[in-house]
Design a protein. Structure first.
Length: 85
């Protein structure tokens, strides 16, 4: 798995987990392959959307990722956890 994919998804949980008061799933033992500062954790939630440039986590925990390359003519992907896993 590319480090770009890991970085995208891992950073999502860095942002979402910072004093949000939301119960988050356990992080990956290796933090998705990232080296992080103390007290930060990461979890890969998807590894198949391609290289990304920017991410944002909405208040309802939806994740939006700006892709480095367009996919089917689109440059942004929205991710929603519909089954609570």
């Amino acid at each position: 798995m590319s480090h770009l994919y890991k970085a995208l998804i891992s950073l999502i949980f860095l942002v979402a987990g910072c004093n949000s008061g939301v119960d988050l799933p356990a992080s990956d033992p290796d933090n998705g392959g990232l080296i992080l500062p103390d007290h930060f954790e990461a979890l890969v939630v998807v590894d198949s959307i391609g290289p990304t440039r920017h991410i944002v986590v909405n208040e309802n925990q939806d994740i939006y990722a700006k892709l480095s390359n367009t996919r089917d003519g689109k440059g942004t992907v929205g991710l929603r956890d519909t089954n609570g896993d």
